[in-house]
Write a protein that binds this ligand. Sequence first.
Ligand SMILES: Cc1cc2nc3c(=O)[nH]c(=O)nc-3n(C[C@H](O)[C@H](O)[C@H](O)COP(=O)(O)OP(=O)(O)OC[C@H]3O[C@@H](n4cnc5c(N)ncnc54)[C@H](O)[C@@H]3O)c2cc1C
Length: 445
Amino acid sequence: MSLSLANPKFRVAICGAGIGGLALAVTLGKFADQDIHIDLYEAHDTITTTGAGITIPSRTSEVLKELGMYEEISRVSTKPPSFSHVPKFRRSNISQGGFEWFQQILTLMSSNMHRQHLMDTLKQYLPSSCSLHFNKRLTRYDKQLSGSLILHFADDSTSTTDVLIGADGVHSSVRKTIFETLDRDVVDPSKIRHYTDPSWTGTLVYRTVFPAKKLSDLDPNNVALKDFVIFCGMGKHVVSYPVSQGTLINVVAFVTDGEKAGTPFEGCWVSSVSHEEVQEPYQDFEPAVKNLLKCSENPSRWALHVVNELPLFASDRVALMGDACHAMTPYFGAGAGQAIEDAFVLGRLLSHPLTTLDSVPAALKAYQDVRLPFSQFVARESARTGRMYDFDMSSTANVQEELEIQKEKILAQWEWEGKDSPITEWLEAERKLQDSIGVRDDCAR
Ligand SMILES: Cc1cc2nc3c(=O)[nH]c(=O)nc-3n(C[C@H](O)[C@H](O)[C@H](O)COP(=O)(O)OP(=O)(O)OC[C@H]3O[C@@H](n4cnc5c(N)ncnc54)[C@H](O)[C@@H]3O)c2cc1C
């Protein structure tokens, strides 16, 4: 897909065609009305994704509605009434049989879907103003005196752009270049590696997806067949929910050694593992979990890395979005949603009639001012929530009382989903852009 626009306002290069990069191209296509030429550079030879199920929080659905793709997404997602989405928390580290701890009554409904379906839908909505370039792994960029940017790729080719957006995930080359080339009075040199290098959380994540029939044949009454379940235990928990209209079960199992957080992870970050390795940590868990894990197909193990809190998301005509600037723990199922929300705010700002090549830095600053605090808040609270799911309940004198306290804390953690909305954030960012350019009508203040 490639179209040369006669007189684009400017050229935007998006590095990375993951959920975030695609959502940005779609937003620019919808709101820039062919004013912006988009080059989307992807390291792989196709638009693809690893992993299976994905949760889209209800606040992110507002963005999908604005982008006109909500109906399409709804068709491939699973949500009430097709299965009870109310997450059921179980105390599961009791080998003879756990029990339901509590149900989380949600006032805001998220949707669950297969990750590939989300990617395929975003791909369908890519605008004709977007040129896709595969096998283009960005290694670094240089700034020219004119302000434009030279992109360098692993195949030794180069390209030029006016604006660069790093949507290149947790290992982001754009993030690395930003922090390695920032003035030393902006960033403390001793902290550069802290910002450029991903950090291991001490958690290993086992992921698998398999036909629901396999589990119903083995254990017809398994709670995971119909429900969204979080099986909790000490230092580990398992999340399971049906996807693809209930025909598949998505399982994500976490094992955490808190003392290893922040230490280097030795070995491959993502690898295929044996069925035995997936089952081994959960020997002290209830039979429902053991049966669930027995059904694993092609299980993989991920060493869970995050991006440390960054002091900035934008510098001059370069910005970061999605996992490139806030890769977070997945306990809220919010990483992709936050990437989509970044894309929406950033895309609308770049498409704004006030944004010209000269005012791009002001637009990127408005994006940063709105999105940095919120996405970092979600990342911090997500990590805290994961620690609550791994609570050592068996060590307390009064287990019932402790469970009750912990339940209330977990419920409070989820209130973030109702905080503001990405649409409000976009309006706030627009006000900031207007203020910085000095065009805001005093009556509107
Ligand atoms: C176990 C687990 C479960 C999760 N579950 C959920 C969930 O339920 N809900 C949710 O919202 N989030 C979830 N997440 C998080 C979510 O997957 C990420 O936050 C999301 O995929 C981020 O999207 P992104 O586009 O920013 O980055 P990515 O998805 O990482 O995409 C980056 C893209 O950039 C490309 N790329 C990388 N480097 C370069 C380069 N140098 N040059 C060019 N291209 C490059 C990559 O090939 C890729 O296509 C989960 C994460 C994990 C680990």
